[in-house]
Ligand binder design. Structure first.
Ligand SMILES: [Zn+2]
Length: 446
């Protein structure tokens, strides 16, 4: 008999499968490879010694954060009450001044701790020194997809654009040799921070390795103007299409899209990662999620970085995503709970090209599972679990978190990351971070 790794019993399983199946009073059995072997009502025979009793509470897929900058936890709360342009002018030089491998490890580990405790099991990350994020991924058990970030300035690495391309070539060669799809990515920052010639070179490199693209696009009115000026009146989406970067790309934000942009996105099978908390805080606008859905575009959900969104809370993102569309369309029937929940799970998995592996609870998929606290006041009573998840649940309701069959959070405590040490390390970097931001402000006033 095989050695089952884990069983979750007495579960109200919200599968987020194609039919939106919910299985009451069920058992989930995870095999020795971390894959779901069985989901069935009632008791199921298994050999696992590790058993989580959900006591009738909601058990659901781990959340997928399809756009984040985890290391930016270091700068949390330092870009408030300002628009994107002022935010970037203030924080980008400060990042370049103080970031090194250890600082990014510290920031990312705090981000991973916050993510896991809040039910996020997979993150598409975009940040400097991505080796640091991978170090944290291995240690914490969190799935962190990362990539060399490409921009024209040297960054904290520091690397010139040409050196950055060489490094990217080496990174992708290693990712493919290891068969690690979560590293087979390139992250050109945006079409406002990169010229056409650079974008074309990035596309050629991606083509060479079969790498996926993660890029900021069409976030603010200011960006639209910058891109039009830099790229002959075109939109960011047109530029990405013209430079062969749009196909199956993950487009972070996609707030300001023309009808033609939406058609281009659909035709190229690209995904949009909607980041409603960041968009609302920076007053960037409201994304056309309903129009994207009508065009058949896959829309995932993201938090953006903890300096622009301030936290890594996908429950808040779900709530804001649904409510903003209802409110702006004056129609409370749009974006029902299950559609929003899909955005935070299976659609994120699709965007990351891993929907065969994660994003829903189905036999054969990896066991990326979260268990909600059955005694939570805000989850009492639960008549419709989809509604409860999207409209009432929050990070504090996450009781256990499983990634690939491994229990990483149990009874709301991290088992893989040293909580106290991680918080303390970032706290200690605080004065250095503040000094770097103040220095930038002084030179901006000159
Ligand atoms: Zn971003």
């Amino acid at each position: 008999m095989s050695n089952d790794m884990l069983a979750i019993i007495n579960a109200r399983v919200v599968t987020v499968d194609a039919q939106g199946t919910i299985i009451d009073n069920a058992t989930i059995v995870v095999d020795e490879n971390g894959l779901i072997r069985e989901i069935a009502p009632g008791p199921v025979s298994h050999t696992a010694t590790n058993v989580i009793d959900a006591r009738g509470g909601i058990v659901m897929p781990g959340l997928v954060n399809a756009h984040a900058h985890l290391g930016m936890t270091l700068f949390r709360g330092l870009g408030d009450d300002m628009n994107l342009e002022d935010f970037l002018a203030r924080l980008m030089p400060a990042e370049i001044n103080i970031l090194n491998h250890d600082a990014v490890v510290a920031g990312t580990e705090l981000g991973a701790l916050e993510s896991l405790l809040g039910g996020i099991t997979t993150t598409l990350d975009m940040y400097y020194l991505p080796d640091a994020a991978q170090e944290v991924a291995v240690r914490s058990g969190a799935r962190i997809f990362s990539a060399p970030n490409l921009l024209e300035s040297d960054g904290p690495e520091p690397l010139s654009f040409d050196a950055r391309m060489e490094w990217s070539d080496t990174w992708l060669t290693a990712a493919n040799a290891a068969g690690n799809d979560s590293l087979n990515w390139l992250a050109p920052h945006s079409t406002y921070l990169l010229g056409e010639e650079h974008l074309l070179r990035i596309a050629a490199l991606a083509e060479k390795h079969g790498a996926h693209i993660h890029v900021h696009a069409s976030e603010t009115v200011g960006e639209m103007k910058l891109v039009a000026n830099r790229h002959n009146g075109r939109t960011p989406i047109q530029v990405l299409a013209d430079t062969d970067l749009l196909t199956e790309a993950v487009l972070a934000h996609g707030v300001h899209l023309t009808d033609e942009d939406i058609e281009l996105i659909a035709d190229h099978n690209a995904s949009v990662t909607h980041c409603p908390a960041s968009n609302q805080k920076l007053a960037s606008g409201t994304a056309r999620i309903l129009d994207l859905h009508k065009a058949g575009v896959n829309v995932a959900l993201g938090t953006d970085g903890p300096a622009s969104g301030n936290d890594l809370d996908l429950w808040l993102a779900m709530r804001l995503a649904g409510y903003a569309q209802k409110n702006t369309s004056h129609d409370p029937t749009v974006l029902p709970a299950l559609d929003v929940l899909r955005m935070a799970t299976i659609n994120g998995a699709k965007a990351l090209h891993v929907d065969h592996l994660i994003g829903s609870l189905e036999v054969g998929k990896a066991a990326d599972i979260i268990v909600l606290d059955v005694d939570s006041p805000s989850l009492t009573p639960v008549f419709d679990p989809h509604v409860a998840i999207v409209a009432a649940a929050g990070r504090g309701d996450v009781s256990s978190v499983v990634v690939n069959g491994r229990v990483v959070v149990h009874e709301k405590r991290s088992l893989t990351i040293d909580h106290a040490l991680t918080v303390q390390r970032v706290r200690e970097l605080g004065s250095q971070v503040m000094a770097a931001v103040e220095e930038v402000e002084r030179s901006r006033r000159k």
